[in-house]
Design a protein around this ligand. Structure first.
Ligand SMILES: [Cu+2]
Length: 191
């Protein structure tokens, strides 16, 4: 299930002293944390995490995503997977749209500086400083984790999901940002 720490903090601020709390909330917001079990796409929209490839990301395997925004205007995103293939490298990125019934529904990668040419495969834009890349390699028990840190924050409402891909992310011109099929997706209310 989705743990909306940030939503709770926001509504509490709205009920209490908004002018006083607004400043501190903006400087150091609560982390956004999502912890969910992958389910078939038919489970949408009640479920926050869906798998399109039950061999690579089994139903019942688990995902955790944590976003922390620093006071200096940077963003850290952490991804953890549990119960997926052992000894395997998965690609993973923050995408712009929510998960949907189809793998393509999550849209393109979120980019700080948006490439005027889409789909973006130019390393000038499709790189881990301008996007959030969360590739990870699992251990023998099918657990893995990764972390990305960038010096910018998301435009509100424009980063909505993390997509788990088939293999590691390419970096070469013409293929930068590609990581094969979209195996699974988890909705995250990034701020
Ligand atoms: Cu992706």
């Amino acid at each position: 299930m989705l743990v909306r720490h940030v939503a709770g903090a926001a509504s509490a601020a709205a009920v209490l002293a908004v002018p006083f709390l607004a400043g501190t909330a903006a400087a150091c917001p609560e982390p956004v944390k999502v912890h969910a079990e992958f389910a078939p796409p038919e489970a949408l929209p009640e479920h926050d995490a869906v798998t399109y490839d039950e061999a690579g990301v089994p139903v019942g395997s688990r995902v955790t995503v944590i976003e922390r925004v620093s006071g200096e205007g940077g963003t850290e995103v952490e991804l953890r997977l549990k119960g997926v293939d052992p000894d395997r490298t998965y690609g993973a990125h923050v995408h712009r749209k929510p998960c949907g019934p189809l793998p393509a529904d999550s849209g393109p990668h979120y980019q700080d500086r948006v490439d005027p040419v889409q789909p973006s495969t130019d390393p000038e834009y499709a790189n881990p400083d301008n996007e959030i890349w969360l590739d990870l390699t699992t251990d023998t028990h099918g657990r893995g984790g990764s972390e990305a840190a960038v010096e910018w924050t998301f435009r509100t409402g424009e980063a909505r999901s993390v997509v788990i891909h088939e293999h590691a992310t390419h970096t070469e011109p013409g293929h930068a940002g590609e990581a094969g099929a979209r195996l699974a997706c988890v909705d995250v209310p990034f701020v």
